[in-house]
Write a protein that binds this ligand. Sequence first.
Ligand code: SF4
Ligand code: SF4
Length: 484
Amino acid sequence: MRVDENVTAGGDSYYAAARKNYPAAVSGRLRTIKWSVLIITLGIYYFLPFIRWDRGPDAPGQAVLIDMAGRKAYFFGIEIWPQEVYYLTGLLVLASIALFLMNAVAGRIWCGYLCPQTVWTDLYFAVERWIEGDRRDRILMDRAPMSAGKLARKAVKHLIWLLIAVGTGGAWVLYFGDAPTIIKDTFTGNAAPIVYIWIGLLTFTTYSLAGFMREQVCLYMCPWPRIQAALTDEWALNVTYRTDRGEPRMSVRTGQRAKAAGAAVGDCIDCKACVQVCPTGVDIREGLQLGCIQCGLCIDACDTVMKKVGREPGLIGYDTDMNIARRAEGKPPIYRIVRPRTVLYAALIVIIGAVMAYALANRAFQGVSVLHDRNPLYVGLSDGGVRNGYTVRLINKRQEARHFALTVSGLPAGFAIEAQGVPSAAGKPVVDVPADTTREVRVLVMVPGGAALPASTPIEFYIVDTDNGEKASASDFFRAPPPN
Ligand code: SF4
Ligand code: SF4
């Protein structure tokens, strides 16, 4: 048999224009969960930059902030410096494993409830329904010739969509500076060009992805459905049509006649309510499909229908491939959420989370880094001694100015250390470092003549807070002429 590679199993061309989808409104417990998730996630996204957090007079007062100029990220009481970017790496690893765990428990639950594409598209659908009406009204309006009323509705819808898109781009830039200042500067035309570029970019992507491309993003652009399909197993819960219960499907009236004649009748009345509410236009009765984002709205639609016709709800529900096979064999369903892969993912989340929490709780609030002069590596002194030069950077992560005594270990007795422009006490330079910043000083270390020095001596630089004794250290070398 010749297979046409340009045609799907359903007979549609892969190159056919996408058919516009008109999902109907639905109510039910999963729809309520989806509304709650939408309100919470969008609420966090739009309003988080406005939460204030007191870090002292010289520090930013925004709770969540990525300070590109200051090269720091703030999250409430946590401040991440560039040297601590591993915390962000850890967060990304945690998020990935959480995604794997969600997938192992309930398939594409991320896609159906939490993915930004789903959340914003849901919001755009809500606006569309509010302005243009439910499914039937929208279909009829799109088929009708253009009129003043149709034009006005379309214009209002697109205007609201655009406002949401601008708000989305606008909220994004608020995470990179003081939110009230950025808003004022943006409206008065005083913001940096990059602010307008980001707002423009995110306005365009939100408006086009949520307003027009919608399910096409899930079908053609997003890699997760493909990765997810490779990671899932037969125990993962997925939105499933109970074929054993639903078939043979037929209308209520046909079913009554068939029953009277003694024929088998399924619970599905073929009303297509499940298909009409689907945001991606999938008929779940045809089995699990790439287009199904597992939002569960078809479950609500079918449960409503079942209630109306006096049949048991749950004809469509979260179930596993394993149970589909078991039911086909007449066996009872079994559920196994706790299994090796879910335990492994959960254990990894706990371990990585605990390591990160421990590292955060015990992080040092001071640091030091050292750079040896490249040229010359050492300088011979008139008394036969040797001098090395270093650039030392002291880091103060506290929200108060601190004084650090600088010293070095690993050298023969009699060595001296001085930092240019820095006073000394008891032979040690004491460096003032302002709050929440770093200070670079040029340091000279001298070893007197007569000391037997190898060409390279490992040494350790120490900084010690003169008030509370907190320490940090960095390793380097002291160079000298090779011994004869
Ligand atoms: S088939 Fe059901 S669960 Fe899948 S996307 Fe459509 S409505 Fe959501
Ligand atoms: S909503 Fe339920 S009864 Fe109606 S077509 Fe879908 S599965 Fe069948």
